[in-house]
Design a protein around this ligand. Structure first.
Ligand code: ATP
Length: 598
């Protein structure tokens, strides 16, 4: 990644962090002030130790009362410092949790309005990392780093001033190592923006690979491809480790020099101090104080250095979050407009998922209200893409898609979602109760309506047979149900939504005959009184459709009723012939096998 790009990225991340901090500035300021007060308290024991030393060294008969007072003041200061730091951290954590809550809500809201294409382009693994890990880093930054860094800086500044106020020669000896150490640090962090960028990219790739592995685990097992897939995920993890190692290796020489030189300040302070003491230039208590202060002086500086590289990681994460929050939402007019009869019409539609590849070209079709319109065609001809355009998961490149006579881009997104229900090929069920999955987005719907929809979608009986009926929790993504059951639940969901237009992407996987019949009955209930656009993967299921639209290579090549299309002897007739021949083949195979077994 070029340096300029890295800087831009850090700037964008920095802007988001500044914005977040501004939102909580009052509380954060009080946390920082408490942290500074805590640090001031932490310096008091040093002062008291100095006083005790003066008393013991300079007085022949030390004042016991004064010594007790110094000890008590030191104890109270330690207790006060701990309490104040505890208060600072409590406030900063509170701020951080509120920031996290608001940030995650913003991310969720943004994801909800982004075009689906943008979400799939980023990938669920990368988005997951961003919403969990990167947001979590901001929590660490706000809750721990910010107050601690300000406190550490205050310690360094206050101690430096104090050291110089007591004795400038010893003070110079105490800070002499710092410029030298900083040279090492400069060397260690040279090009660290690029290292962090690579480390961050490798982290995203690793998350994506692991998420894909988990999502695809069934397919992986079925095809016995565990070793390949594990190798791919392992490769991504290795890439992450390599990026971390490269970064660590680049940091090592300069970093080691930095830490060594910082720790070596005692080597300068002790001889210089003893030399000045021997010459009578400083007294013993001052020497002791210097030794105490200068030994503790480098610790906060070292901590600050650690924070500076962590801050880079935070900024990179913040940049990813900022980029997602800035990504353009699907344009929404927010205007609910009166709709005509619920026809769906595509006029001269051209569309491609990528600018360099057209998937639909000049597609014109109309689905009449109250009628079943089927779209058929070979795999990859663009059928599902039409369904996605009607539901406005993507916007057309040219032409128009209208619902109820209004361009879908001119409808409020809410209104479009109220008007169009989509039943996907592989419907997604949440890890929740069947009832919650059925009433998705309509929590107030009454039980009777739920049962009615479930009966019409032919799923009431199997739901009642489950251990807790409608309160049964379905496994992750509905894994505890069969494909046919999942699709019938999603048809019941569409029935409950009661949208005038339903787009049904028929399941490709063939289900058993009983399930097939039940799904057909469910679809028939769905069709009643609605405009039903069926993306058909099996011709046998749509022969009775009011209109069949035939597609090849992203174009409509024929349309009409089943019998008319057969008579025309074109593409549809060919597809029908193929479908019926393959059905006979499989029957023949069954016959042969059963014959053999007799
Ligand atoms: N999200 C996507 N990004 C890029 N290309 C895509 C995407 N989805 C589909 N395509 C491509 O668009 C073309 C049309 O795909 P589409 O899914 O619409 O076909 P289909 O007719 O529904 O196929 P099938 O019957 O196999 O489901 C295909 O070449 C496909 O590879």
């Amino acid at each position: 990644m070029a340096t300029a790009k890295v800087t831009d990225i850090e700037q964008r991340g920095r802007r988001l962090l500044r914005h977040l901090i501004r939102q909580e500035r009052r509380r954060l300021l009080s946390a920082v002030l408490l942290a500074v007060a805590a640090v001031a308290c932490q310096l008091v024991p040093y002062l008291m130790a100095y006083r005790v030393a003066v008393e013991l060294v300079t007085e022949v008969d030390p004042d016991g009362g004064a010594l007790t007072r110094y000890a008590l003041v030191a104890l109270v200061a330690i207790a006060a410092g701990t309490t104040l730091m505890g208060g600072a951290l409590a406030i900063s954590h509170l701020c951080a949790y509120w920031l996290l809550y608001r940030l995650r809500r913003r991310i969720a809201n943004r994801l909800a309005v982004l075009p689906l294409g943008e979400v799939s382009r980023r990938g669920s693994g990368a988005i997951g990392k961003l919403a969990m890990e990167d947001v979590e880093r901001i929590e660490v930054f706000v809750a721990h780093m910010l107050p601690d860094a300000v406190a550490s800086l205050s310690v360094v500044a206050a101690t430096t001033v104090w050291l110089f106020a007591i004795d400038w020669r010893l003070a110079l000896a105490a800070v002499a190592v710092v410029p030298l150490a900083l040279l090492g640090l400069r060397h260690a962090t040279r090009g660290s923006g690029t290292w962090v960028a690579q480390w961050h990219g490798a982290g995203m790739a690793m998350n994506q690979a692991i998420t894909e592995f988990l999502h695809g685990i069934k397919t992986v097992k079925v095809f016995n491809r565990q070793s390949d897939t594990v190798a791919r995920a392992t490769g991504a993890v290795r890439g992450y480790v390599a990026a971390e190692t490269r970064w660590g290796t680049a940091f090592l020489p300069g970093g080691a020099a930095y830490f060594t030189v910082m720790a070596a300040n005692v080597v300068v302070v002790v001889p210089v101090g003893l030399w000045l003491y021997r010459d009578g230039a400083v007294d013993l208590p001052t020497l002791l104080l210097f030794l105490l202060l200068s030994l503790g002086y480098t610790a906060p500086l070292t901590k600050l250095t650690g924070y500076s590289s962590q801050l880079r990681q935070v900024r990179f994460g913040a940049d990813e979050i900022a980029a997602l929050l800035d990504a353009p939402a699907l344009p929404d007019t927010h205007q609910r407009v009166p709709l005509g009869p619920a026809a769906v019409e595509l006029t001269d539609v051209t569309f491609g998922y990528r600018p360099d590849r057209t998937v639909l070209e000049g597609v014109t079709l109309r689905a009449e209200p109250g009628e079943v319109t089927a779209i058929v065609g070979p795999s990859g001809s663009g059928k599902t893409t039409i369904a996605r355009l009607v539901a406005r998961f993507f916007d057309v490149s040219a032409g128009t898609v209208t619902v109820g006579g209004v361009d879908v881009r001119e409808l409020a997104v809410d209104q479009l979602m109220d008007t169009v229900a989509v039943v996907f090929q592989d419907p997604f069920l949440f890890h929740d109760t069947i009832r919650a999955n059925l009433t998705l987005g309509q929590p107030d719907v009454d039980d009777e309506s739920v049962y009615r929809a479930a009966r019409a979608a032919r799923c009431h009986d199997f739901i009642l047979a489950l251990p807790q009926g409608y309160d049964t929790i379905v496994g992750e993504r509905g894994a505890t149900l069969s494909g046919g059951e999942r699709q019938r639940i999603s048809i019941a969901r569409a029935l409950l939504k009661d949208a005038p237009v339903v787009v049904l992407d028929e399941a490709t996987a063939s289900t058993d005959p009983e399930n097939e019949v039940l799904i057909q009955q469910a679809v028939a209930s769905l069709a009643a009184g609605r405009t039903l656009l069926v993306i058909a993967h099996r011709l046998t299921t749509v022969r009775n459709a009011g209109r069949i639209v035939v597609m090849t290579d992203g174009r409509v090549v024929e349309s009409g009723r089943h019998e008319d299309l057969l008579r025309a002897g074109g593409t549809y007739a060919g597809l029908w012939e193929d479908a019926t021949t393959s059905a006979r083949w499989s029957l023949g195979a069954t016959d042969t096998r059963s014959g053999a077994s007799r």
